[in-house]
Design a protein around this ligand. Structure first.
Ligand code: S3P
Length: 424
């Protein structure tokens, strides 16, 4: 049960580690020679799934007190798993590992929870097959479980129809095992954590416009990685502090990589008061502290190249839009339908239930802001980002809001509710 914030939100939060970067640190550390130390690793269920998959392939990984030690065995050091590899709810684990597993000398099966078994995997299976991979959907429906027989791979140049870091990263990882360079061109640039981090491990990566390329067979050497705070997790507090009158919140150590930070641009365009402090570079990733002050927001149009830089933040941006004056139009975001849930459906259904004026479109939504929100039962379909977004919406109505399956926040932000309550 969630209720209105009766006082302004005040305080300082340290945002937990970035999910995308935490996954990659474990994966690349496993493929490197030597011990990779990861600090500020995200202890969310998704990243723990990645750890457990690599442990099943013979990698020793210690996880004590927020510090992870990955004892990597080099590019060819993984062992055949004796069990099915369970990726849980994690699309990043499933798709990036597909790329890695295709080039091994053993067979494996990848699967995950109910949501993962419905998510499209042909987007990685098809280009990997062109590289020579033997990867099949067990049920023939283009979804996990995926059966992978390790094969010899050839480099390709792939023109991806979608801007997807998961597709791009899967192919670059398979490219490490290929006999010639591999490159991926996307319609717009997607998050580039793989390119940054693989380079720091010693891979030869080149990036030109929206094309990323990798040379095969590098020697990857362990490095230490300090994971910046996850801007996708910070997004809920950015919205909360902007929307609850009189609020002022400092969010410490947030990753602001431009391929991830579209929400900052949109919030500023909406009239949000956001100040970047202490900007710095951490392991090749830009980070900053963000000072957020409550603001009167205006509707905006969000489309085109900015969409991949804020795709995971659209649920919370929709809440901001519902509370803004004027109309917000979100286009070019059909990918929302194939995330942990159909997010176009769940955002519109739940915001409508709270009294907002919102219409779903084929590739986004139209929100006419400024209607007052009332209580509702929120259906999350166990999607962590829907649960957190509507927990923030609940701060803005006098009525009770019931969020179904609220514990799904554990996927990416186990301390979400504690951090939220600490602000009021
Ligand atoms: C991710 C990429 C994005 C994002 C997901 C994490 C990653 O997915 O939505 O939460 O870590 O590479 P797509 O690449 O499929 O758009």
């Amino acid at each position: 049960m969630f209720q209105k914030a009766t006082s302004p939100l005040r305080g300082e939060l340290t945002i937990p580690g970035d999910k995308s970067i935490s996954h990659r640190a474990v994966m690349f550390g496993s493929l490197a020679k030597g011990t990779t130390e990861i600090t500020n690793f995200l202890q969310g269920a998704d990243c723990l799934s990645t750890i457990s998959c690599f442990q099943k392939m013979g990698i020793e990984i210690e996880n004590t007190q927020g510090r992870i030690l990955v004892h990597g065995k080099g590019l060819h050091g993984l062992k055949a798993p004796s069990q099915i590899l369970d990726c849980g709810n994690s699309g990043t684990t499933t798709r990036l590992m597909s790329g890695i597993l295709c080039g091994q000398s053993f067979s494996s099966v990848l699967t995950g929870d109910e949501s993962i078994q419905k998510r499209p995997m042909k987007r990685v299976m098809d280009p990997l097959t062109t590289m020579g991979a033997n990867i099949k959907s067990r049920l023939g429906n283009g979804c996990a479980p995926l059966e992978i027989k390790g094969s010899r791979l050839s480099g390709i140049h792939y023109h991806s129809p979608i801007a997807s870091a998961q597709v791009k990263s899967a192919l670059l990882l398979a490219g490490l095992y290929a006999d010639s360079p591999t490159s991926v061109t996307e319609p717009y640039i997607s998050r580039n954590h793989s390119e940054i981090m693989l380079s720091s491990f010693g891979a030869k990566i080149r990036v030109k416009n929206t094309t990323a390329s990798v040379e095969p067979n590098p020697i990857l050497e362990a490095v230490n990685i300090e994971v910046p705070g996850d801007i996708s997790s910070a997004a809920y507090f950015i919205a909360a502090a902007l929307l609850v009158p009189g609020s002022e919140v400092l969010l410490k150590n947030v990753g602001i990589n431009p391929t991830r930070a579209g929400i900052l641009e949109v919030a500023l365009q909406m009239g949000g008061k956001i100040t970047l402090l202490n900007e710095r570079l951490q392991g090749g990733e830009k980070t900053a502290d963000l000072l957020i002050q409550s603001s009167d927001l205006q509707g905006v149009t969000i489309e085109g190249a900015i969409i991949p830089t804020l795709i995971d933040e659209i649920p919370i941006i929709a809440i901001m839009a519902a509370c803004a004056q004027g109309t917000t139009i979100i286009r070019d975001a059909a990918e929302l339908k194939v995330k942990e849930s159909d997010r176009i459906l769940l955002i519109t259904r739940n915001l409508k239930a709270m009294g907002a004026d919102i219409e779903a479109t084929e590739d986004g939504m139209i929100i006419r802001g400024g209607k007052s929100l009332h209580g509702a039962h929120i259906h999350t379909a166990k999607d962590h980002r829907i649960a957190m977004s509507f927990a923030i919406a609940s701060l803005l109505t006098d009525d009770e809001v019931t969020i179904l399956d609220p514990e799904c926040v554990n996927i990416s932000f186990p301390d979400f509710y504690e951090q939220l309550y600490s602000l009021y």
